[in-house]
Design a protein around this ligand. Structure first.
Ligand SMILES: NC(=O)c1ccc[n+]([C@@H]2O[C@H](COP(=O)([O-])OP(=O)(O)OC[C@H]3O[C@@H](n4cnc5c(N)ncnc54)[C@H](O)[C@@H]3O)[C@@H](O)[C@H]2O)c1
Length: 151
């Protein structure tokens, strides 16, 4: 099966970012995890490992599959580490100024064909993209909580 986005970055590894990272890894993508809070990306990886271990205990996946899923998660420390990603999904704090600043920083490092997406609940995607050099590549990519359980 062809994976549409082989490399996905999740920025913001709180409640939503973790769930999005889980389904992205389960879809076969390599998943980079970035959070402004030091240690949060590593904590997200550990929490997802725990999640997959529970699926092993329930017999839904085997231990090898769980190890392969964990190996697809890559905690990183800086926006610059996301340069090679095909898709970046933002799930940070719900503040227009902070999201705009993040996307400006991302746009400076990702490839021209990379897709940027925001998981905003209530902000205008157009407003978030205003000021970007290529606002047309910013998508609203809204997930519902809990992400792994929602269609
Ligand atoms: N919780 C929900 O039910 C829900 C549903 C749909 C959409 N959303 C939206 O998803 C986004 C994330 O929500 P959440 O509930 O996961 O929040 P959360 O507070 O659980 O997680 C946000 C994470 O982003 C990190 N962060 C904050 N600013 C950052 C920055 N500049 N760069 C990198 N990381 C940063 C924080 O350290 C935190 O780990 C928000 O925009 C929210 O409105 C939330």
């Amino acid at each position: 099966m062809k994976i549409q986005f082989p490399t996905i970055a999740i920025v913001g590894t709180g409640a939503m970012g973790r769930g999005i990272a889980q389904i992205a890894a389960q879809a076969g993508s390599q998943v980079f995890l970035l959070d402004a809070n030091p240690g949060a990306a590593d904590a997200a990886q550990a929490a997802l490992q725990e999640q997959w271990n529970k699926l092993v205990a329930k017999g839904r996946i085997d231990a090898t599959q769980a190890s392969e899923l964990v190996a697809r998660l890559h905690p990183v420390k800086a926006v610059a580490d996301l340069a090679g990603c095909d898709l970046v999904v933002e799930a940070i704090v719900e503040r227009l100024d902070v999201k705009k600043a993040l996307f400006a920083e991302l746009e400076a490092v990702v490839r021209p064909d990379a897709v940027l997406a925001t998981n905003t609940s209530s902000l205008s995607v157009t407003a978030i993209g205003a000021g970007l050099q290529r606002p047309e590549r910013l998508a609203g990519f809204h997930f519902f909580n809990p992400v792994p359980l929602m269609k």
